[in-house]
Design a protein around this ligand. Structure first.
Ligand code: DGL
Length: 270
């Protein structure tokens, strides 16, 4: 099984393109809905929550985990990788984030070396996107904008309302005035408003969703690592686990992602 970890529902924007591209594998999705949104928490809390989730998935025998959450990827992934994977404590296990695939795609996309990043408060405050982009090309200017109100709007199903669009316009203003040509949607939820991002930024701006970039990068990773690939079960099984209301989880996913899922199991992370 491949484990997909997110703070809540949003990681479905990552799981969906992964399932579309690699349908043969088994997937287990863990959403920590009880403590979402992660984006307004301190880095210490996000690291603790993520560590608990990783321990849970490792205990289930999962050897490959995708951190679908941008906030966890930018704030906790390095810490977890160092703690668990460097010292060979968890040999032959792997955790991949959504950040690097989106960064690489954006760097290859920009023609004028100007990239925008939108995300939660924690993601933008970490400046990890900027660090990773300038590691590849120090001439690229990166402009970040935190959009903290979008996640609650989307979770309420209010993202098609004019209020959501007018807030988005305000959030995107600094990116518009900085003339970027590539925009990374650095938050799981934002692809649900992708058309609005595109409309406000204009057709000349290429929008990069981390989910699609991650799916392509996972495919490539599995090809390059047959020792991991051969251990992943392939029965097209999809299992969902949440730390909050399973019915609410099922309703949200079915409504917004157009797929039928089994009712998730409810667990407590500690
Ligand atoms: N999953 C989070 C992210 O991608 C968004 C929701 C949250 O803040 O927990 O950053």
């Amino acid at each position: 099984m491949i484990g997909i970890f997110d703070s809540g529902y949003g990681g479905m924007t990552v799981l969906k393109p992964i399932m579309d591209l690699l349908p043969e594998y088994d997937y287990l999705y863990l959403g920590d809905n009880a403590r979402a949104p992660y984006g307004n928490h301190s880095p210490e809390n996000i690291q603790r929550f993520s560590e608990q989730a990783i321990n849970f998935l490792f205990d289930k025998g999962i050897i490959l985990i995708i951190f679908a959450c941008n906030t966890a990827s930018s704030t906790a992934l390095r810490y977890i990788q160092k703690k668990y994977l460097n010292g060979n404590l968890e040999k032959n296990k792997k955790i991949l984030g959504v950040l690097i695939p989106a960064v690489e795609k954006a760097v290859n996309t920009t023609k004028i070396n100007r990239i925008g990043v939108v995300g939660t408060k924690a993601t933008i405050a970490s400046r990890v996107y900027e660090k990773e982009i300038t590691k590849i090309n120090k001439n690229i200017k990166v402009v970040g904008s935190a959009c903290p109100l979008l996640v609650p709007f989307i979770e309420e199903g209010w993202h098609n309302k004019p209020e959501a669009k007018s807030i988005l316009k305000k959030y995107l203003k600094p990116l518009k005035t900085n003339n970027i040509d590539t925009l990374i949607l650095g938050c799981t939820h934002y692809p649900l408003m992708k058309n609005d991002f595109q409309k406000i930024m204009g057709n000349k701006v290429k929008i990069i969703s981390s989910g699609e970039a991650t799916a392509e990068s996972l495919k490539d990773y599995l090809k390059r690592h047959p020792e991991i690939e051969k251990k992943i079960t392939k029965n097209k099984k999809r299992q969902f686990i949440t730390t909050d209301n399973p019915q609410r989880f099922k309703r949200f996913v079915e409504k917004h992602f157009g797929i039928k899922i089994s009712t998730p199991e409810k667990i407590t992370l500690n």
